[in-house]
Design a protein. Structure first.
Length: 229
């Protein structure tokens, strides 16, 4: 096995666990909070579980992160959305915001847990300690990325659903109508626009400014609490 393949496999292993945990726990959190607030749709669909196998999307959870790693980028992924029937919630508008916030809230909790585990990784045997430290640092960063990205105020992202729930109806209704086209807006803003701007030498990169830079600052702040970088 070449050094390049060894490095790639090592890179995949330290990213795989953070990605699986982050996206699976994110979706499960939506389902648990929805059930607590009156909607058991996720439970009846078999999605009220922390088992990653129930939440894996073949492309978003496996292929996309793998492709990004192989081309030298940062792994990014998503899981299958947990089904929620907002009309079944006890207070649909308010509770829809709470269900939406549960996902990013879980990611921030996971980032805190990973930060707290870093000092323990330092006392592990050297061969395991280096892997564990790197994996936990990536878990902190990746969960910050998922939290920040999902709080963008674009439906169907969680931040968009929170905005629809808390804005006056005059603004909430037009924003809610964006949801069927939201993924196209996201793809255009964060992927197509950087590609086109790079071709034109403009260097526009909303993902770097709106997602990665805030995530790096957030992760650095958490890691700084335990003296890690």
């Amino acid at each position: 096995m070449t050094a390049e393949w060894s490095a790639l496999i090592a890179r995949i292993t330290i990213w795989a666990l953070p990605v699986l945990i982050a996206v699976s726990f994110h979706e499960a959190a939506h389902g648990y909070v929805a059930k607590w607030l009156g909607d058991d749709t996720a439970e009846r669909a078999g999605r009220l579980t922390l088992n990653p196998l129930a939440h894996i999307d073949p492309f978003g959870t496996i292929l996309l992160p793998l492709i990004l790693l192989m081309v030298g980028g940062v792994a990014f992924g998503y899981a299958k959305p947990v089904p929620v029937r907002f009309a079944r919630l006890r207070h649909p508008r308010r509770d829809a915001a709470l269900v939406a916030l549960a996902g990013p809230g879980m990611n921030l909790l996971l980032a805190l847990i990973a930060t707290a585990l870093l000092p323990i990784a330092l006392v592990l045997p050297l061969w395991l300690s280096e892997w564990a430290q790197r994996m936990l640092q990536i878990m902190v960063f990746f969960n910050c990325v998922i939290a920040v990205f999902n709080m963008m105020p674009i439906p169907p992202l969680d931040g968009g659903r929170v905005a629809v729930a808390v804005l006056p109806l005059t603004f909430a209704r037009p924003l809610a109508r964006v949801e069927p086209y939201g993924m196209m807006v996201i793809l255009g803003l964060f992927f197509l626009l950087p590609m086109l701007s790079a071709m034109g030498g403009l260097g526009l990169d909303p993902a770097r400014v709106l997602i990665f830079e805030p995530s790096i600052r957030m992760a650095s702040g958490l890691l700084g609490l335990v003296g890690a970088t």
